[in-house]
Design a protein around this ligand. Structure first.
Ligand code: APR
Ligand code: PHB
Length: 389
């Protein structure tokens, strides 16, 4: 097989890039190691920045998102018995869109299939060859057959545990990591959301987040110990703990129900540099991970895709390599700002095991400053709705 861009990974990054390339007549093949149903079975954050929404529109995949999503002009921040609202519309003129990543991925799959896009599922042993030469190709196994794709470029959209990042020689890679001393226990329930906007809560018992997918599907998280397992938490214990961490008003009105999904995610900040090696370009979780506090994972994957799509389009349309040559530098400049915001917001909203009394006072003063200061709220709002590409 031969294509212009071989894309490893059929998650949001790979699918969005493939669909955008298609709009410019650039051919790609997506290699996904799981089945489509497995990919669509993942539960991920659903807060979309304006840049992401614009990219989905450019890809021709925004119709259902606009009809079924929520538009949020703000979010509630709670600490102790206090709470205050960050008004995105007032500070930035932009909302965020709440639309589950599963639905984004579903829409992208539908668009690729409608456009005749080639997606190979259940592939094994994907390997990238010749990325630092003029003859790149990818090999893989599928249904017991050895297969090969000759290509101009490879987009590594295969997530944190993929093969792409590892293809870049270790001596050429610089990696930066921070592992947080707690996890998030998440529950999906077929219950109406407790609030029309998200609630981020820093309580003496730890962090909690109230989110949603639609009028009948809610998503809740509580900070938990890294040693916890989902089976350690009954639904009743989860709901009781959540009520103890969110403002009294919402604790009283919270409608609980059986969990239809319950999982624990560790929190990590991670960046690898550079995001390019020859004809190989890393996108999304393959290159960086953020703690979910600021909902920046999918949105930072989107800005990577934007920069790579622009670089590839310019190359094929004009022959200019400039966009590809500046990809890593441009993508990383925005990645680090997203890492900073996610790290800052995580530090503000969680209780840390080693937190001293002074540290706690600093956290409370930071929250009080955010509550009282317009410039602080504007800075947070600008980061939350999405910094410009
Ligand atoms: N070969 C083929 N496919 C692979 C390989 C491989 N060796 N390794 C991983 N994959 C696939 C995974 O099965 C997954 O479907 O690559 C895809 C990567 O998708 P994501 O992990 O979702 O990463 P990305 O597309 O960058 O999207 C980032 O997803 O995980 C969330 O929080 C993250 O919201 C962020 C978003
Ligand atoms: C979610 O809805 O899953 C979600 C929302 C906001 C976050 C993290 C997760 O910061």
């Amino acid at each position: 097989m031969k294509t212009q861009v071989a894309i490893i990974g059929g998650g949001p990054s790979g699918l969005l890039l493939s669909q955008l390339l298609h709009t410019r007549g650039i051919d790609s093949i997506v290699l996904e190691r799981q089945t489509k149903d497995h990919v669509l079975g993942r539960i991920r954050a659903g807060v979309l920045e304006r840049g992401f929404v614009d990219l989905m529109a450019k890809a021709g995949v925004a119709e259902r998102m606009h009809s079924e999503s929520y538009v949020h002009d703000g979010t509630l921040i709670a600490f102790g018995d206090e709470s205050f609202r960050i008004d995105f519309a007032k500070h930035t003129g932009h909302p965020v869109i709440v639309y589950g990543q599963t639905e984004v991925t579903r829409d992208l799959y539908a668009a690729r299939e409608a456009s005749g896009g080639q997606i190979e599922f259940s592939v094994q042993d994907v390997r990238i060859h010749g990325a630092d030469s003029d003859a790149a190709f990818v090999t893989f196994q599928q249904n017991g057959q050895n297969r090969r794709i000759d290509c101009d470029f490879v987009a590594g959209c295969d997530g944190f545990h993929g093969v792409s990042r590892q293809t870049i020689p270790p001596e050429l890679r610089r990696e930066y990591e921070k592992v947080y001393p707690f996890g998030w226990l998440g529950v999906l329930s077929e219950t109406p959301p407790v609030s029309h906007e998200l609630i981020y809560a820093n309580s003496p018992r730890g962090f909690a987040l109230c989110s949603m997918r639609n009028d009948h599907l809610s998503r809740y998280y509580i900070q938990c110990a890294l040693s916890d397992k989902p089976q350690d938490w009954t639904d009743a214990a989860f709901w009781q703990e959540l009520k103890r961490r969110i403002p009294a008003q919402q604790a009283e009105t919270l409608i609980t129900g059986p969990s239809i999904e319950k999982s624990i995610a560790p929190l990590r900040s991670f960046v690898t540099e550079p995001m390019r090696w020859g004809r190989l370009f890393l996108c999304g979780d393959a290159a960086h991970i953020v703690p979910p506090t600021g909902a920046k994972g999918l949105n930072t994957a989107a800005s990577d895709v934007h920069y790579l799509f622009e670089g590839l389009s310019a190359f094929y349309e004009t022959g200019s390599p400039d966009g590809l040559d500046s990809y890593s530098q441009k993508a990383l400049a925005r990645v680090w700002k997203a890492e900073r915001f996610s790290w800052w917001f995580s530090g503000l909203m969680h209780r840390y095991p080693d937190q001293s009394a002074f540290d706690l006072k600093m956290q409370q003063a930071e929250l009080a400053f955010l509550r009282d200061n317009d410039a602080a709220q504007k800075a947070m709002a600008e980061n939350y709705v999405g910094l410009p590409y």
